[in-house]
Structures are given as C-alpha cells and as structure tokens.
Ligand binder design. Structure first.
Ligand code: ATP
Length: 336
C-alpha cells in the first residue's frame, strides 16, 4: 500500500530541494503518493492566497507533510506561514538533530546534539502593537501547559533515543516570570518522572552560546523556548557545516511536518546550487516516522558515502564542493 504524504515545495530554493529529495526517496522503491500543495509567496502571486484552504484541508486529512521553506517578509507584510502552519496543526515540538558529518570540514568533530524547540508561544505569539508613535510592545507568552508539554517531550525523546542529558537554555535572571516558568516546568517534569533516567541542567542563554562555541561536544539534548530555539538552531547548524546539513521535524499530537531548518535562501534561489541534504535528511526522518526504516537507512548510507568520499565534484559549494544540486543528487543516487 502506498503512503499518502503532502508535499509543500514552498518558496525560493524550496522547489529545488524538495524535488531533489523526493527523487532520491522514490528511488529507494518506497511507495509514496506525493500530494503536492501550494503555500507561500509564489503561491500568493499566482493565486492571491498565501495559505489556501485546500492546503490546510489536505494536511488535516493526511496528517503528514514534507515541506520546503516558505519566505517571510522582514519588518512588514504578512505573518509567517511556517509559524501559522505550526500553530494551526498544534505542532508544538521542533526536533533538530545536529551532528558532525565525516567529509564536511568544520572546526569541530564529534558534535552530536539535538535541539528541541517549543513551537507555539514565546515572542512568536506575534502579539505586538504600537502604544504611541515610536513606542512598540511585543508580548512574550509562556503558559505552564505549553512549557510542561515541551519539557515532557524533550525528556521522553531523550529516554527513547538513549540520550544522557537535557539542558534548558533560558534568561530567567532577567525574564524572571516567562523564562522562570519555562525552566521551573522543566525542573518539575524532571523531578517527577525522569530522575535517574536522564540528567537535567540549565544554563543562562548567553553563557550557553559561549559554551556552545567553545565546546559543543559537552551538550546532548537542548530544550529551548521558541525564539531561543530558532536562533540556537542556526548557531548549531554553523557548528557542523551550515544550514545545508541540518534537518528538522515538527510534531504535534497527531500530525507531523518535516522541514529543513534553513529558510528560502533567496540569494541562491533558482541557480541550481542549493544543498538538498537538509531537506533530504528531513525526508529520512519522515521515512522513519512512517516505519520505512529500510529506505531511510539506504538513503543515509548513500549520502554518507558521498560525503566521506571527499570528492568536491560531488557535493555543493556550501560544504566545500563544486557540484550543483543535480550533480549532488546524481552522486547520491549512484550510491543507493
Ligand atoms: P529564515 O528567516 O526564513 O529562516 P534566514 O534568514 O535564516 O531565513 P536562509 O534562507 O536560511 O536565511 O539562508 C541563510 C544563508 O544560508 C544564506 O546565505 C543561504 O544562501 C544559505 N543557505 C540556506 N540554506 C541553504 C542550502 N540548502 N544550501 C546552500 N545554502 C543555503
């Protein structure tokens, strides 16, 4: 029986990296009917709608999607479609594994950590207004319910994946109430259900970022509220080779959307040089989620072989190669 999975190509490099990924996924022989859906800036230009109801209905029906990045205008314009989708489907947990890849030159070896980001509140609530001209207020929302839920998710993830420690990053010395609540909830969840199973500690985020750059190997599972999670995800990507090599997944109670950490990369869109790996790795997580472990393993082995070969003509420029997207895809396909 075929799996029915929604595919949102998105904006910028989105169509290029999703096309590359589905080509490789299909080549493993796994049976997937891709249900292609529209959303984002390009969609708005064509149809006048940023997030058509038909797209929401399809995700509602199939509950699983592989998604390319959707551009969000800076400063003014429409609100993020990525954030809207996460909120609409209650995708409260973003999971972003970050690990060193043999063959990708970086300052560090042996980085192996997982960023777990709360996806539904914090400053991303988007509640801001101009009090008087020249004065704006943005509201950071933290609820005990959401803080507890993401802490439970992080500890549960750690236990199920053989991880040793969860570290919460926060700024509770300044944001005593909101970040205070976040770290308190994490502590309570740990004390109640995870003591002896997994360690827990917390760090003030500025110190944490310095520690991260000094020695990222000291970290295991990171638990962060929304904005810190967004920023630290990109920092972590920089430790292992950049945004082209970090995958992501957003989980809710009965829905999952898999998407790379990177944005639509307008600077390289349409040039055929985007690294498809982050999207492909998100696709691998999706295959594992739907129980297609054999295909997932085949793809992982194939791209690792390409990276480990160290052949510049087979990998894209962002990770030190000379290949375009298509050449990278061909190299992976030839190793499947
Ligand atoms: P957003 O706000 O949507 O997250 P961003 O501002 O973080 O976007 P990105 O679109 O992620 O920006 O791009 C940041 C930089 O990383 C750009 O220089 C872009 O070209 C590069 N980049 C991002 N993704 C890739 C990729 N898959 N392959 C190669 N380079 C990439």
């Amino acid at each position: 029986m075929s799996h029915q999975i929604c595919l949102l190509p998105g904006d910028g490099i989105g169509p290029e990296v999703t096309r590359a990924s589905t080509k490789i996924i299909d080549a493993t022989g796994v049976k997937i009917d891709w249900i292609e859906l529209d959303a984002g800036g390009d969609c708005a230009q064509r149809t006048g709608e940023l997030l058509p109801q038909s797209t929401l209905d399809a995700i509602e029906k199939y509950r699983i999607a592989l998604k390319g990045p959707i551009a969000t205008p800076v400063g003014k314009g429409f609100r993020s479609i990525n954030v809207s989708l996460r909120k609409h489907f209650g995708l409260y947990a973003a999971v972003r594994p970050v690990y060193s890849l043999k063959g990708v030159q970086t300052r560090y070896e042996d980085v192996d950590l997982v960023v777990i980001r709360e996806n539904t509140e914090g400053l991303y609530s988007g509640i801001e207004h101009e009090v008087v001209p020249g004065v704006v207020e943005s509201l950071k929302v933290a609820t005990e319910k959401a803080c507890t839920r993401i802490a439970e998710f992080a500890f549960d993830y750690a236990v199920k994946n053989g991880r040793k420690k969860v570290t919460a990053f926060h700024k509770a010395n300044i944001l005593k109430m909101s970040d205070g609540l976040f770290v308190d909830c994490a502590r309570k969840v740990h004390e109640k259900s995870y003591q002896g199973k997994v360690e827990f500690d917390d760090l003030i985020i500025d110190n944490a970022c310095m520690q991260m750059v000094k020695d990222p190997t000291q970290f295991d599972v990171l638990l962060l509220e929304n904005l810190y999670g967004d920023v630290v995800s990109d920092l972590c990507a920089g430790l292992v080779g950049g945004l082209g090599v970090v995958s992501g997944a957003n989980f809710g109670p009965d829905c999952a959307i898999f998407e790379a950490v990177h944005g639509s990369a307008p600077d390289i869109a349409g040039k055929g040089v985007a690294n498809p790996l982050a999207c492909l790795m998100s696709g691998v997580s999706m295959l594992e989620y739907i129980g297609e472990k054999e295909s997932a393993t085949k793809i992982t082995k194939a791209f690792l072989k390409v990276l480990e070969s160290g052949e510049p003509a087979h990998v894209t420029r962002d990770i030190g190669g000379t290949a375009n997207t298509e050449q990278f895809v061909s190299a992976i396909l030839s190793n499947l």
